[in-house]
Design a protein around this ligand. Structure first.
Ligand SMILES: *[C@@H]1O[C@H](CO)[C@@H](O)[C@H](O)[C@H]1NC(C)=O
Ligand SMILES: *[C@@H]1O[C@H](CO)[C@@H](O)[C@H](O)[C@H]1NC(C)=O
Ligand SMILES: *[C@@H]1O[C@H](CO)[C@@H](O)[C@H](O)[C@H]1NC(C)=O
Ligand SMILES: *[C@@H]1O[C@H](CO)[C@@H](O)[C@H](O)[C@H]1NC(C)=O
Ligand SMILES: *[C@@H]1O[C@H](CO)[C@@H](O)[C@H](O)[C@H]1NC(C)=O
Ligand SMILES: *[C@@H]1O[C@H](CO)[C@@H](O)[C@H](O)[C@H]1NC(C)=O
Ligand SMILES: *[C@@H]1O[C@H](CO)[C@@H](O)[C@H](O)[C@H]1NC(C)=O
Length: 465
């Protein structure tokens, strides 16, 4: 074990260790390195700032890429920072005069805690008596900054109420959280989805259907990453890993670019390559076409869902979609079974904030459930965590629908039967017109034929006479 007095050297020294015990500390100018040399923990100043932060970065990437910061909003203004384990087992970051800049807050005390920087980039605090197994007392992966690394969970531990989400840096000089966050939102009984929020405003939604990807869209399945979405009574989260595990990768939320992006380190270029950045196209922006709008790949991109019309035709014509669409015909609702459902295939399904999920119902039961509730506007059978069957019903306006021809899902949208009768009326009118046209054609050719026969007869009569 290394003794504390070794740390009084001025230049940055990578300790030959990946962790510390209560008798040791990490001073500004020294670092911990994970055992395989992938990640490094120490003090840094972002950009041209003079402020000092405790952080973790990729050890072998020459462009300093910080993946986690401890004292995000509480910088140290000199090189007095020191990280240590205090007598109750908490990890504490102290500055001048031993004032606490940042610390963990353990619920139970640990007499003999150790902290270790793992090869995954996770900083883990354990009680020595627990060994290397079991749940750590604390881990940095539970408190993400702006970056998700392979194996990190984005989502909830429902048993403890812990929410792990990304929050962007204010800017490249200030790691304090800005306005952009990215995480899974949970509503009672509703299907969980991941959103980028700008403050409290939804900015981008990753639909959880099929598979919850991270910073992606369902129509672009990733050839480079695999995702694992877990949704059960204990936990709701998504993780990712690159298919080639030796590749360095990260997912980062960036306020300056207003994007969430997946990056891979390109050894040849010695730079990060951005493989999937969201949002990119108009339909990615949350609710781009307004309530009951249908975002398509056509021009103009916004249409109303079938059976709906622009709330303000005037604004809609000016490409202001914000007011969205309203029903042409009200639902009959309580008048029993007068409403019908139109089936649509190939969609990013509507926002599930106002939805209700039952994993055991079949499609028929789901339809009946929807018909029984006046505010139900759509249903689908949901594939939850790779399972099949189940029922999701939506209430009220349908928001953030996008046409996704390749990997989209099906949805049954409630519509007034009157609406359908009208369409059928139109169709039968078309059929009638077609019958009349064909009829006229037949009569006309009949007349021609008769004329021809008569003329032939006349010619015959003349010839033989
Ligand atoms: C650094 O911060 C301390 C208190 O946190 C303050 O007393 C001191 O004046 C600051 N030093 C500089 C150079 O700003
Ligand atoms: C350091 O702490 C001591 C005791 O708490 C206090 O008397 C002293 O004023 C502090 N000095 C600074 C520079 O904050
Ligand atoms: C250890 O740090 C925690 C968190 O800052 C604090 O609550 C606790 O009082 C500290 N223990 C001691 C003995 O200083
Ligand atoms: C603390 O851990 C060290 C080695 O990690 C061990 O030698 C010592 O007995 C432990 N002390 C207690 C009180 O568990
Ligand atoms: C955000 O992206 C811009 C442009 O790629 C980059 O210069 C900046 O450093 C990024 N910000 C953070 C905090 O990484
Ligand atoms: C959305 O628009 C597309 C393209 O016009 C159409 O194929 C699809 O049926 C529409 N979906 C709904 C729900 O109206
Ligand atoms: C219909 O659903 C809404 C939203 O979940 C709920 O508040 C209401 O009680 C339901 N109505 C009936 C009759 O079940």
């Amino acid at each position: 074990m290394i003794s504390a007095n070794l740390f009084f050297l001025s230049s940055t020294i990578s300790l030959a260790v990946d962790g510390i015990t209560p008798s040791q500390s990490v001073l500004d100018g020294t670092t911990l390195v994970s055992s395989d040399g992938s990640f490094e923990l120490g003090f840094f100043s972002p950009g041209s700032s003079k402020n000092r932060y405790l952080g973790i970065w990729f050890k072998n990437v020459p462009v300093r890429t910080v993946v986690w910061v401890a004292n995000r909003c509480n910088p140290i203004n000199d090189s007095s920072g020191v990280l240590m384990i205090n007598s109750t087992g908490n990890l504490v970051l102290l500055s001048q005069n031993s004032s606490v800049v940042w610390s963990t807050s353990l619920v139970k005390q640990a007499q003999n805690a150790t902290v270790e920087l793992l090869d995954s980039g996770n900083l883990v605090l354990r009680d020595a008596k627990d060994g290397n197994s079991g749940t750590p007392l604390w881990q940095s992966f539970d408190y993400p900054s702006d970056t998700l690394l392979p194996g990190m969970k984005l989502g909830w531990d429902l048993r403890t109420g812990l929410k792990r989400h990304l929050s962007a840096w204010k800017n490249s000089e200030d790691p304090c959280p800005g306005d952009f966050t990215y995480g899974i939102e949970m509503q009672l009984q509703a299907y969980p989805e991941a959103y980028i929020l700008n403050g409290i405003t939804k900015f981008f939604r990753t639909s959880a259907w099929n598979e919850l990807t991270i910073c992606g869209s369902p129509e672009h399945p990733s050839p480079r990453y695999s995702f694992n979405f877990v949704y059960n009574d204990d936990e709701v989260y998504v993780t990712y890993k690159p298919k080639i595990e030796s590749i360095l990768s990260r997912v980062a939320l960036n306020q300056t670019t207003s994007t969430c992006a997946r990056f891979q380190w390109k050894v040849g270029d010695q730079d990060w390559q951005d493989f999937s950045s969201r949002p990119t196209e108009s339909c990615d922006y949350y609710g781009f076409c307004g309530a009951n709008g249908n975002c398509t790949s056509e021009d103009p991109v916004c249409k109303c869902i079938q059976g709906f019309s622009p709330k303000s035709q005037e604004k809609w014509n000016l490409a202001d979609w914000s007011l969205g669409c309203v029903r042409n015909k009200p639902l009959s609702c309580h008048e029993g079974d007068k409403d019908e459902f139109l089936k649509f295939d190939g969609f990013k399904l509507p926002d599930t904030t106002n939805s209700w999920v039952d994993k055991s119902m079949n499609l028929k039961e789901c339809r009946d459930k929807c018909l029984k509730n006046c505010s139900c506007t759509a249903y689908t059978s949901s594939d939850i965590g790779g399972g099949s069957g189940g029922c999701t019903i939506w209430f009220g306006d349908l928001i953030d629908i996008k046409q996704v021809p390749v990997a989209g899902k099906e949805i049954y949208i409630r519509t007034s039967a009157a609406e359908i009768v009208n369409n059928e009326g139109e169709n039968s009118r078309k059929v009638k017109i077609a019958i009349i046209v064909v009829g006229i054609a037949i009569v006309f050719s009949g007349v021609l034929l008769v004329g021809y026969v008569i003329r032939r007869r006349k010619r015959k009569n003349k010839g033989y006479s």
